[in-house]
Design a protein around this ligand. Structure first.
Ligand code: M6R
Length: 608
């Protein structure tokens, strides 16, 4: 999704802006641009990669000590140079993340005032609006504050002015934005990874904050002008963690990082003999213990993690659980219960729909809230009563992998804690479960060792146009996740079904061109699943079965079986998703798609 970098420093900031944009590339974008002040306003824009923008800057010898830069993921208007940011009005340049919902009404007013629009974007209204305010308000900071009171929607924005080259004004509402403090100047960005090149000292802006940065200082105020202080936080993000190292793609790196990511996430229970509510925050015993039901809200892969957790929470902790897609829940008329534990799951913690769904649940009086999130400084984490930070490390590939398995580890811990608070976990079971959890990183490593066989299977998939994924019970969400991974990065159409549903419709799709992937660990539903697979074979479908050591299935005509090294009981979902990630990755490699930045998608979906 869109990214912002801004800088005012005692140096040529163009290399910093470009490097910042490179660090934000993983979020997904379709065009890029920058503007600098250097005896006038100089703007460069390009459709395509940041590298093309860098080449333009090199060719034109663009430099300046104040500048703003942007990667755009198209929402209003096609990906094109005219729609790329920055947008200009008079001597003013603006970059913006988010969506201005009342842009059409503002556009009409501004056109009536004589402003000419040169793009189809909602952002351009901000440029003209600030310019209009500057006709009556002389100070840029005050003019931006006045302009944003007219905006409805979500934004993080940065504005600079030709006649005032010593400062940049930024503001945030709904989209993330932070400031960086360095010895040579001040910076702003939508993501800390863009600024690690110059500083670790970050100031996270709150919704409703405006700030002004200059070489020598910064000031932050609320929209009404009241000055506020925000803490300076030393970012713990490792600069190395966002480097590719010896891997070919971030997705590959992140799949193989899963044993470490899980070990880090489970570190808190490393030597413990019991699970403690405190893992989820100081008030967790009261918040979790008093809940009568659980409502999980999330999107995409994080929603799949929630679906797996429902099986655990109901079977192990005996607590009713529903799982909703955040973008649906936020607009649905539901029946609230104040004693519901609302669990939001998100890798980024900035997903607009998940944040809005949480706010909606809170507005209905449900205040027992928990965030399971991979980014400690994210908006989501700041808005819940309890939190569990997964320690997957930065996830750059658009396809979520290590975030998913670490979310599952966190959700299993949550299940055990709630089970214990509800008197459903005896000491012996608790010890056994903790031993099983501690072994997960090693078990995942053994699954990763199956890569050569999975790579061979990928060759058989690359010519296919469709695929069907089947699972039962808690492995049905794993089938959903496998299908999402395949379609997301290889563009092969894939659907997932609970295997028992096959004969109620999807069986009609099965013929010899339809590969059917089955998630088949030796659980209580395996025999039922085997019958479903027979239904596929009888129609000529080719089966690819991910079984485990105890599944007692082997290769036969039209049936390919890969056994995971061990059967893992309730935690088998954590293991069985890994070969599906590897399969998608290798199919995408064979097809030559852009693995880390699949077409049309963004890493962090900060707009509705
Ligand atoms: O950051 P979040 O976990 O909230 O993101 C939710 C989805 O956008 C995300 O999981 C998406 O489905 C992934 N690209 C799937 O691989």
């Amino acid at each position: 999704m869109c990214g912002i970098v801004a800088a005012v420093a005692d140096r040529n900031v163009v290399p910093v802006l470009l490097e910042g944009l490179r660090k934000l590339e993983y979020r997904g974008y379709d065009s890029a641009g920058l503007a600098v002040l250097n005896g006038g306003l100089h703007r460069l824009r390009s459709v395509g990669r940041v590298a093309e923008l860098a080449a333009q800057a090199e060719e034109k010898k663009t430099s300046g000590e104040a500048g703003i830069a942007h990667t755009r993921w198209a929402t209003h208007g096609a990906p094109s140079e005219r729609n790329a940011h920055p947008h200009i009005s008079g001597g003013l340049a603006v970059v913006h993340n988010g969506i201005i919902e009342n842009h059409e009404a503002l556009r009409q007013q501004l056109q009536a005032d004589g402003y000419l629009f040169t793009s189809d974007t909602d952002t351009e209204v901000i440029a003209h609006l600030v310019e209009k305010k500057l006709r009556t308000i002389t100070d840029l900071f005050d003019a931006v504050r006045a302009a944003i009171t007219d905006l409805q929607g979500a934004y993080a924005l940065a504005v600079m002015r030709e006649s005032d080259p010593t400062r940049i004004v930024v503001a945030r509402e709904g989209s993330p934005l932070l400031l960086g403090i360095a010895e040579d100047g001040h910076y702003a960005a939508s993501d800390a990874s863009a600024l690690l090149q110059v500083t670790r000292n970050m100031v996270y802006l709150e919704n409703g904050d405006c700030a002004e940065i200059s070489r020598s200082g910064l000031r932050i105020s609320r929209v009404d002008g009241t000055l506020v202080e925000r803490p300076v936080i030393e970012s713990q993000l490792s600069a190395d963690a966002v480097e590719l190292g010896t891997y070919s793609h971030y997705m590959q790196k992140e799949i193989f990082e899963q044993p470490d990511a899980l070990a880090n996430t489970l570190e808190m229970v490393g030597a413990a003999r019991s699970v403690q509510p405190g893992l989820f925050g100081a008030d967790a015993a009261e918040v979790l213990g008093g809940a009568r039901q659980v409502l999980i809200l999330a999107c995409g892969t994080s929603w799949h993690a929630g679906l797996v957790a429902r099986y655990w929470l109901e079977a192990i902790a005996g607590i009713p659980c529903s799982v909703e897609i955040a973008s649906e829940y936020r607009y649905r008329q539901s029946v609230p219960d104040a004693d519901t534990l609302v669990v939001t799951i998100s890798q980024s913690g900035e997903t607009a729909d998940t944040l809005a769904a949480l706010q909606h649940a809170k507005s209905l009086g449900m205040l027992r809230t928990l965030a399971i999130c991979n980014v400690p400084e994210s908006s989501l984490v700041r808005e819940t009563a309890l939190r569990f930070i997964t320690r997957a490390g930065p996830e750059i590939g658009v396809a979520s992998t290590k975030a998913f398995t670490t979310q599952l580890a966190a959700l299993y811990l949550l299940t055990l804690v709630i089970a214990k608070l509800r008197g459903k976990l005896d000491a012996e079971t608790e010890t056994r479960e903790l031993i099983a959890l501690r072994h997960v990183p090693a078990a995942v490593q053994r699954v990763l060792d199956l890569e050569p066989e999975i790579k061979a299977w990928a060759q058989l998939f690359s010519a296919k146009h469709h695929a069907l994924f089947l699972g039962r019970g808690r492995h049905y969400p794993i089938a959903l996740e496998g299908a999402l991974k395949l379609k997301e990065i290889s563009y092969i159409h894939a659907e997932a079904y609970p295997a028992g549903e096959l004969k109620h419709g999807p069986l009609a799709l099965v013929d010899k061109e339809m590969p059917v992937i089955a998630v088949a660990p030796n659980d209580t539903l395996l025999e039922k699943l085997k019958s479903n697979l027979q239904e596929v074979r009888a129609r000529g479908g080719e089966l690819f079965v991910f079984a485990d050591a105890d599944s007692e299935m082997s290769d036969s005509e039209g049936v390919h079986v890969l056994r995971l090294p061990e059967h893992y009981g309730a935690l088998s979902a954590l293991l069985h998703v890994v070969p599906l990630q590897l399969l998608s990755y290798h199919v995408a490699l064979v097809k030559g798609t852009d693995v880390d930045k699949p077409r049309n998608l963004a890493k962090s979906v900060t707009v509705e």
